[in-house]
Design a protein around this ligand. Sequence first.
Ligand code: 6PG
Length: 245
Amino acid sequence: MNRNGAPDLRVFDELDALTLHAAEAAAAIIDECVQRQGGCALALSGGNTPRPLYALLASRFRDRIPWAQVHVFWGDERFVPATDANSNYRMATATLLDHVPCPTQNIHPMPTHAKSPEAAARDYEQTLRDYSGGDWPSLDLNILGLGADGHTASLFPGSPALDEQVGWVAAVQAPADPPSRLTLTLPALVRASHIHVLVTGTAKAQALRDVLSGTADPRIHPAAGLLAASGELIWWVDRDAAGLL
Ligand code: 6PG
């Protein structure tokens, strides 16, 4: 939010310009975190929108980021093998992590090999607790997307996980393919120091308008729950997605 309480909305005519500015901002945040606190906890989103951003972080901005001090987490994951085409971990590895010197021990995928989604959620919460050491995850930069139905991460409209106020990670059944998913909960997502939401395309225009209306119910438009963010919240939006604002 800006100081006047308005959403920090950054609209770009071209996807390339949006991606470049978002990558520049992400690289600066990561570097500042490492300089200030010796490390940076970066949470990645799945979907298609962040691919160009990840590709820029792995190329033009690769050498501006102290990857050895970066820890990589995920905001959500499909409960599929890491080799599955639907895996967010697989997408991030192919577009980013295979191309940067981030130590393997710093990469923390959601454990989709666990015996159940519920067990995976519990295990990942412990992973986050082991890293954060506090009452909530201490993510520094949380990169998220927006679905045409207003979902973010794998928090979909009407999901019981939207009522979770204590747990950090939930196993959910999503109205999407594949349905079985793991997701950070809203209280876990909103405590990141920086939340950057990438939204492109006309298909997202109504959802973005609803989410930013100021009156949206997160149980119906889950991404509206991000407006409770305690840190920086930036909406990186192209002209098409901003078309109804
Ligand atoms: C996922 C993402 C999801 C995504 C939105 C938008 O696991 O799919 O975390 O929340 O950000 O569905 O997806 P697109 O970027 O592909 O439009």
